[in-house]
Design a protein around this ligand. Sequence first.
Ligand code: ADP
Length: 421
Amino acid sequence: MTLLVGAIADDFTGATDLCNTLVKEGMRTVQVIGVPDDTTDIGDADAVVVALKSRTAPVDLAVSQSVAAHDWLTAHGAAQVVEKYCSTFDSTADGNIGPITDALMERSGAQIAVICPAFPENLRTIYQGHLFVGADLLSDSSMKDHPLTPMRDASLVRLTEAQSKGKAGVVPLQVIRQGPAAIRDAIASLQTQGFSYAVTDAIDPEDLRAIGAAIASHPLVTGGSGIATGLPDNFRATGQLGKAHNPRLPTPTGRKLVLAGSCSQATRQQIARVQDTWPTRKLDIDALATGTDIAAELADWALNTPADTPVLIYSSSDPAEVTDLQAKYGREAIGEKVEQTLGRIATQLVANGFDTLVVAGGETSGAVVSALSVRALRIGPEIAPGVPWTETLGGPPVALALKSGNFGGETFFEDAFGMLT
Ligand code: ADP
């Protein structure tokens, strides 16, 4: 079986989110970390999502990595490439989305590219070319104050044109609701009028399915994870993809570990739920900040806990304590030290019999994956919305559940391990 869909995501958890959509639509999906090369193992994947850190990277680097990922994906058979960005179109004023789209259009020969960040299940909708977050225009939502990518305009036409070379037009909801043939005609008409980008309205998942059906022949598709909803069915219609594939759970045999570096409320509740039942240690941040090697000590401690119970190691503090620690040691410095320490603990424990890890926190997950030198993940079934079980490829398999801090209910840790027994 050859690769069908390739994707390039501009951040790590965004890539996992897209993988989750493709898996739910029945594709065997692998997430690759960084631009793949000859040594990258993608198993028997129908879809590969390359996770880059290109959202806020310097534009030249963002473009060159995206083009390299594109070339690798098409060389491995991908008939269609998805450029995945955030459903709130997160980008800097100069933007990286526009330059990446232009470069990928040139590379793929695409004459027009759909622009569709809509993700209705998460209340990101597009109407008359304007992006909404819940009931608010993007520019009135909390995204207006984002520390790295403040979004102060909700017009996807203006945002796209400001970042890229061509002109953008809209395929309005009235046309979307007429179905795939009408959408195809509308996109073709925009193309003949000299537009390079078609902003497609979408306010519910069926709109995304109709758009997906209309763009079966597009070599390049751009959008949020929702834009992939309708793509697998196109390959099913042509006989290239079989029946919906049921994602496989990892089958680990070793010990279970939770590493939590997120200080978000959901993670703190998840910790509170198990900390009196499972062997638990909190990172001593003062010791860490003053240079003590607490990673080795904590790894030793974990190795001497009873083998039949999961172990929890966390750094998470409540907001007041975080503020104090940040004031004492510096926000970035302490964040980085915590991330590095959790990464080193992961490495030491994985080398000594732990092979089932839940990691809480987006940055923390990135640090652990990089400490473990993970190159690719096979995506398994969903534990909670947006968080699948995954399994590392290209070495002894490790089961990893990587969750953004605020994701998952109170019983997430037990739910995750419970699925594997
Ligand atoms: P989330 O997904 O909740 O945003 P992240 O892992 O992305 O979680 O970010 C949490 C950040 O906070 C990380 O950089 C982590 O190292 C840092 N951190 C963790 N614990 C503490 C703490 N007790 N004090 C200060 N910073 C912390």
